[in-house]
Design a protein around this ligand. Structure first.
Ligand code: AMP
Length: 552
């Protein structure tokens, strides 16, 4: 795609620079952290129970042992090594050891249906699978549907061998014990694949984003630059965003690179567990999707306190409601709103800090849009005919991106790859957005979620944001329903904040009418106990639409 159009220095009238061509590799990040940030810590809530804590230098030694173990298992360059695991130190070690020997760490989302997991493993051609104890029953269920000859390793010691696991299934700790704490790391070319993650595939088959060493290192450097208030020695980040989906938004790379401590929550992602872990480990900021933070906010409200050191949440994956930003401000917690995609490694944009002394209202306004682009990423919005639209904060269009951390195709999927780019090689995000003169991105909708009523577009995100500002509403989703006169009309589904009192739908609509043109106001409000969610913690509008169409 766009790479083939790129000029090299020998093509043109340029004078070649005389600098060394040293590869940007993933192992160089941890080698650097072990050297420069040796006392930086990784603390994990473990699957076995309890906590594990060690330094970046100690982690690097175990990563070397794991690399030796992988080699002894016959894993080599280009091989895909699958993981089914929570956020924990052993999963982190796999990230570095697998990529470090030139193989590919294929993280799998355990929340997918077993059939989807089997499909993904076979499409990826996985040679080995490392899994947390939690997922032993899932692995047993997958059984013969997994690729033939797959080497299996459970992420614990012999004492925790899962019941029924055949003897050829290895214990992770036993593999490491047999290896020295140093490894002769190969010099992997920076263009080599390092990690593989499949999109959740809301339409068609899941598609694999195959990250390279170079894209990963550049993304990590841009993330550190883009969120200066998040990273640095003395700070600790808790990724709730999973290591099994888009590399936990790059945190396993950006944290060691910047000397930031990491705190992994393991399997316990409820508000109370997160609160306790944050309070105990001095977490300064935490990253995840809005649904997770709703749980933490509930817990903070119950205790009327926040985890002491918590200063900021980075929230992305879905739009953050104004109500959530305000509630966090009540606890003196700042919001950094991020937007991105699996295909973008994933961070594209995020809220930038305001000057010292900015007040609450200014901070809230600043966090409502999806923020400004990270260094290296370029963005354009285009009309239906592909014409670029002005960056004036008003013109809306489909958002397209390009950059060194954006895919240039999908893994072994030529047809999907062909459809994903415009004629100039820009990647189609499928999001509809505006960009203002200061570079602020505002996502209006997904192209397929927009509601078109009488020829006019209605933003489902705007309707949801307004509904969430009403105190009786805990969660909301707006979808289009067919209409004989207007083609489509908006229907709003809401989950009550208090199931006992429910939602007064007339009062809710009055509240919304005050902020909307008449034709934008939903015709119908349905009150539901819960909304269907995807495997990555987003509202599944596809499932909601079929539920509503079926009369549910
Ligand atoms: P995924 O590849 O699963 O991470 O999903 C990427 C999609 O999630 C994007 O194309 C957006 O539609 C949506 N998304 C991610 N972050 C945001 C955000 N901050 N606001 C609105 N939508 C978002």
């Amino acid at each position: 795609m766009q790479n083939s159009d790129m000029q090299t220095v020998t093509d043109g009238p340029y004078l070649a620079g005389q600098m060394m061509d040293r590869p940007l590799t993933i192992s160089s990040i941890m080698a650097y952290a072990a050297d420069v940030h040796p006392t930086g810590r990784i603390t994990s809530a473990t699957v076995e129970g309890g906590r594990h804590s060690y330094t970046y230098r100690e982690a690097w030694a175990r990563i070397a042992q794991l690399a030796g173990a992988l080699k002894s298992m016959g894993i080599g360059p280009g091989d895909r090594v699958a993981t089914l695991a929570w956020n924990g130190y052993r999963h982190f070690e796999l990230y570095y050891a697998v990529a470090g020997i030139g193989a590919v760490c294929h993280t799998i989302n355990p929340r997918l249906f077993p059939d989807q997991i089997a499909w993904i493993m076979s499409h990826a051609g996985d040679r080995a699978l490392f899994y947390d104890l939690t997922f032993a029953p899932l692995v047993a269920e997958l059984g013969p549907r997994m690729p033939e000859g797959l080497t299996q390793v459970f992420l614990s010691d012999e004492a925790h061998r899962p019941e029924g696991a055949p003897p050829e299934v290895r214990a992770y700790e036993a593999l490491l014990d047999a290896q020295p704490a140093t490894f002769d790391w190969p010099e992997v070319p920076e263009e080599a694949a390092a990690a593989l993650c499949y999109t959740s595939g809301t339409t068609g088959d899941p598609k694999g984003a195959l990250y390279s060493h170079r894209s990963t290192v550049l993304h990590a450097m841009s993330a550190v630059l883009g969120v200066p208030q998040g990273f640095g020695a003395g700070r600790a980040i808790l990724p709730v965003v999973p290591l099994f989906h888009v590399n936990a938004w790059g945190l396993p790379y950006a944290c060691p690179l910047s000397g930031t401590d990491l705190v992994f929550p393991g399997p316990h992602l409820d508000g109370a567990s997160l609160f306790d872990l944050m309070a105990e480990t001095g977490v300064t900021n935490a990253w995840g999707v809005p649904t997770v933070w709703a749980g933490l906010i509930e817990e903070m409200s119950r205790r009327d306190a926040k985890p002491d050191a918590l200063e900021m949440l980075l929230i992305g994956g879905s739009a953050v409601s104004t109500a959530m930003i305000e509630r966090l401000e009540d606890f003196d917690i700042r919001t950094v709103h991020g937007w991105g995609m699996t295909e973008m490694s994933p961070i594209g944009t995020c809220t930038r800090p305001l000057a010292e002394g900015a007040g609450r209202a200014a901070r809230i306004d600043n966090a409502i849009p999806q923020g400004k682009r990270l260094f290296g990423l370029e963005m354009k919005i285009v009309g239906d005919d592909g014409t670029p639209q002005p960056h004036d904060g008003v013109a809306r269009g489909e958002l397209l991106v390009r950059g060194p951390a954006v895919v240039n195709g999908y893994f072994n999927a030529p047809e999907a790859s062909r459809l994903a780019f415009d004629a100039d090689g820009w990647f189609r995000t499928g999001d509809v957005a505006t960009i203002d003169a200061a570079g602020q991105l505002r996502i209006v909708d997904r192209t397929k979620d927009l509601i078109k009523s009488g020829g006019e577009w209605i933003s489902s995100l705007e309707l949801e944001n307004l509904a969430l500002a009403h105190p009786s509403v805990a969660n909301a989703a707006a979808i289009a329903v067919p209409d004989a006169k207007w083609d489509e009309r908006p229907l709003l589904v809401v989950v009550p904040a208090d199931p006992g009192t429910g939602v007064d739908t007339d009062a809710l609509l009055d509240h919304m009418r005050a902020h909307l043109a008449k034709w934008q106001v939903p015709d119908q409000v349905v009150v539901a106990d819960a909304l269907p969610m995807t495997a990555t913690g987003k509202i599944s509008k596809k499932d909601l639409r079929s539920r509503i169409a079926d009369g549910g």
